[in-house]
Design a protein around this ligand. Structure first.
Ligand SMILES: Nc1ncnc2c1ncn2[C@@H]1O[C@H](COP(=O)(O)OP(=O)(O)OP(=O)(O)O)[C@@H](O)[C@H]1O
Length: 253
């Protein structure tokens, strides 16, 4: 069964039709990039899938069940994880403690438990850090980490919830080009290994065309094109939509 099926999703704000009749599909283990010029409706679409916005119309089917309009936490409980643009770690806690807190939350405990629960699933937390290449830094405070490493920890925090679908809103914003590709390569390896679908918005064309399995292009709230990176790059309508935006539809080597 299709992991995520978005059908005819629409949302307007006052007179602005932010998203109009957008349909998308994402299979388990697959990376789908949502791209488009500024104001195209990427964040609005993303937030309707994650539950931060209620659609005016349309359906969001997660393995066939409509989750459109549910609260973000209810959607999270159904296996939709999310990483955010803003670093979300607790800076004074160590790397492994942050992952333990995420596991605590996944296990439905509240953070009030923390003083008693410092040993909560430390082994599982270390195993997650191993998966994102951060186990050597497990006992360092998050505040000491380089930005790219914080992003890896954020990925481990999202994985603590064992999501079927991971939403990543501009995951590589603010990172150096080499680090961006490394983070998303890692994400792709994890998506394959865990059969987790990944829907992400991204401005780095190097990441999009180098690492997405498929690309969906939004322009002025509508889906302009959807297909493999190669098909999208060769699509004259997509090139036209990006003309004058300063973005170049080429994956740099
Ligand atoms: N809360 C809101 N209230 C009013 N208008 C909004 C709101 N959120 C988005 N919009 C409008 O909806 C349209 C789509 O915005 P959205 O943020 O989804 O685009 P985007 O593709 O994510 O853009 P960017 O790449 O700049 O983040 C824009 O015209 C925007 O101004």
């Amino acid at each position: 069964m299709t992991l995520l099926q978005v059908e005819q999703l629409s949302k307007s704000f006052g007179g602005v039709q932010a998203v109009q009749g957008v349909s998308l599909a994402l299979q388990a283990g697959e990376m789908l990039a949502l791209i488009g010029p500024n104001g195209a409706g990427k964040s609005t679409t993303f937030n309707m899938v994650g539950g931060q916005l209620v659609p005016d119309r349309g359906r969001v089917l997660l393995r066939g069940q409509d989750i459109a309009g549910l609260a973000p936490r209810a959607i999270w409980r159904r296996g939709v994880g999310r990483t955010f643009q803003i670093a979300q770690t607790f800076a004074s806690f160590s790397v492994v403690e942050n992952v333990q807190l995420a596991l605590l939350s996944h296990d439905r405990h509240t953070f009030r438990w923390w003083p008693r629960a410092a040993a909560h699933r430390r082994g599982d937390a270390l195993a997650l850090l191993e998966q994102v290449g951060m186990v050597a830094q497990a006992d360092r405070p998050c505040s000491e980490l380089a930005y790219g490493d914080v992003k890896r920890v954020e990925l481990a925090l999202a994985l603590a919830h064992d999501p079927q679908l991971l939403l990543m809103d501009e995951p590589t914003a603010g990172m150096a080009p080499g680090e961006r590709v490394a983070l998303m390569q890692l994400t792709r390896d994890l998506a394959r290994a865990r059969q987790m679908g990944v829907l992400f918005t991204e401005h780095s064309m190097e990441v999009v065309f180098g690492l997405a399995d498929r690309v969906a292009v939004l322009v002025r709230g509508q889906l302009l094109a959807e297909g493999t990176p190669q098909a999208i790059r060769d699509d004259a309508r997509v090139q036209q939509a990006y003309l004058g935006t300063g973005l170049v539809l080429e994956a740099q080597q």
